[in-house]
Design a protein around this ligand. Structure first.
Ligand code: COA
Length: 200
């Protein structure tokens, strides 16, 4: 199998490397702009984030910040980008997952779901039937989207949060850890608590 370059030698990048290895990548390298980092998860850092075009390798972004992830992903030709799904994630057959997205261990994605590009569907999260997840969304560890939820581009659903069925959340929102979203959110911002309310 081909080589994989992961941009971002972070904790998240380390998890991405583990998923890549389980998907059969034999050679994994990191690219990072911090000169002081030489390895990540046992794999070497061999250059800067801008150097992926010079390497004959598939590419994925291992950066948690959605804005930075988007900026870097959109500078990379689509044919170099891959999608990674942990072998212990459960993903229904008709689910569409966009380029540059990563689905982690224990995640469950049910039928009729569309996940955009550059998303993180994190460990043990779930996305129930017919959800529409935009681009560069992060569904954090242990959070749950009930059926027919829509999540706008760049929104982050915090760890352990729950979004009730049929609810829409607009772009650029931060849903706090443990929040329960029971009504549509139409204004960008941070929302916490049960029921989730805007904090600023
Ligand atoms: C919601 C969040 C983004 C707010 O961060 P912030 O803008 O820096 O806000 P602050 O920490 O200044 O908190 C502002 C207020 O909201 C409260 N608050 C913050 N997060 C909260 C949460 N998840 N649930 C309930 N209240 C919360 C704070 O206690 C504080 O209340 P106060 O004004 O009465 O003291 C952040 O706290 C959060 O939950 N992030 C998610 C982390 C996560 O899920 N990581 C997953 C990694 S996989």
């Amino acid at each position: 199998m081909r080589k994989l370059a992961i941009i971002g030698a972070s904790g998240y990048g380390k998890v991405v490397a583990d998923i890549a290895r389980r998907n059969g990548y034999k050679e994994i390298v990191f690219l990072d702009d911090d000169d002081s980092i030489h390895e990540c998860g046992g794999y070497p850092v061999i250059g800067k984030s801008t150097e992926s075009g010079m390497i004959d390798a598939d590419v994925i972004i291992g950066i948690g910040n959605a804005g930075v992830r988007k900026q870097i992903q959109e500078s990379i030709p689509d044919e170099k980008l891959v999608t990674l799904i942990h072998p212990d994630a459960v993903v229904a057959e008709d689910v569409v997952v966009g380029k540059g997205s990563v689905v982690m261990a224990g995640a469950v994605i049910n039928p009729g779901v569309r996940i955009g590009k550059g998303c993180i569907i994190n460990t043990c999260s779930s996305v129930d039937h017919d959800c529409e997840v935009g681009d560069y969304v992060h569904i954090a560890v242990g959070s749950h989207l009930c059926g027919t939820v829509s999540v706008g581009d760049g929104t982050w659903i915090g760890a352990g949060a729950t979004v009730s069925n049929n609810v829409s959340i607009c772009s650029a929102c931060m849903i706090g850890a443990g929040a329960v979203v029971v009504k549509n959110i139409v204004e960008a911002g941070s929302y916490v608590g049960l029921p989730a309310k805007k904090i600023k």
